[in-house]
Design a protein around this ligand. Structure first.
Ligand SMILES: [Fe+2]
Ligand SMILES: [Fe+2]
Length: 306
């Protein structure tokens, strides 16, 4: 691969902490089907994370691993390695949640297998070599950088959505999605920086970002509809359009218009993911997250007066 156009495009002076996977674990035993009580549709919107994201995250981890041999910048290599570890841990944790939901009656295995097959067919390495391999790698990095924009925005929303506590979301599920959201904010720049290092073309960045949006929105809608329909519960509340509007108005789910409103920001030639949200909020959550603390990755809070 050619030498990067400008290896100094990104400096790490502002976000100098190292990114590392946290060895978290979750116990889902007490989680019920509607773990956001009374919010069936909102629960299934969150469930999309357990079903669809793990496959995408594994594909991302694979592409970033393939990029490592081309990255000579030690600091960026370190970030990419941390990213691969974090995404692999996200995928495994959400899979644990999915298996629990499957065990209590939400049969989504067939759908998950189809998604896995599709992701592998579309986003795998296709056994390419030489120039074709490098071009396909750059294309995937562009696409994943666009997707990571949305996961960082969603992560920021999860960290700030106090309403999830107010409506009584199960604490384990809440910690799972907030831990994940916080790490999405923490590593928001990594794929973008890897893409800029290996390619950096604005045309590809814009094209793949539009493609990422055009893929994610229908995927979310189709997956939510599938889960809502597969839910075996007798009482699924009022019809889904009513639940959707109600949950949106009350802020229990993010506004779906985010898919459109975020694109102009990402497409601004001066945009960099470090401009997104508060890193401090994410790191503070990770310092207190029950799962992250149990992993021994985060320090115990200091006692009063220390
Ligand atoms: Fe993730
Ligand atoms: Fe991510």
């Amino acid at each position: 691969m050619n030498e990067p156009v400008d290896a100094k495009k990104r400096t790490y002076s502002e976000e100098a902490h190292a990114i590392n996977a946290r060895d978290v674990s979750f116990s889902f035993d007490s989680v019920r089907m509607h773990y956001i009580p009374g919010e069936v549709l909102a629960t299934h919107i969150v469930n999309v994370m357990h079903l669809v994201l793990p496959e995408g995250e594994r594909a991302m981890a694979q592409a970033l691993s393939e990029a490592l041999p081309y990255i000579k910048d030690e600091r960026l290599r370190e970030e990419v390695q941390g990213f691969v570890g974090q995404e692999t841990m996200h995928a495994n944790s959400h899979e644990g949640a999915r298996k629990h939901l499957q065990s209590i009656g939400l049969d989504a295995e067939g759908y998950v297998n189809k998604v896995a097959w599709l992701v592998d067919r579309i986003l795998g390495d296709h056994g390419l070599t030489g120039r074709a391999k490098e071009e396909w790698l750059k294309e995937r990095l562009g696409l994943f950088a666009g997707m990571e924009h949305f996961t960082a925005v969603l992560g920021e929303w999860l960290l700030n959505a106090d309403i999830l506590e107010e409506v009584g979301m199960h604490p384990t599920m809440l910690d799972l999605v907030r831990w994940h959201g916080a790490e999405e904010v923490e590593h928001r720049s990594v794929v973008y920086d890897a893409y800029m290092y290996l390619d950096g073309s604005y045309a590809r960045r814009a094209r793949t970002a539009v493609l990422a949006t055009a893929t994610l929105l229908p995927l979310f809608i189709i997956s939510t509809a599938y889960l809502f329909q597969k839910d075996p519960s007798q009482d699924k509340g009022r019809n889904w359009p009513w639940q959707f509007v109600s949950a949106t108005v009350r802020g229990v789910i993010p506004k779906f218009t985010v898919f459109f409103t975020e694109m102009p920001r990402y497409l601004n030639p001066k945009f960099h993911p470090s401009q997104l949200g508060s890193m401090d909020t994410a790191l503070r959550y990770l310092a207190h997250s029950p799962a992250a603390r149990a992993s021994g990755h985060s320090p115990a809070p200091r006692a009063e007066g220390q």
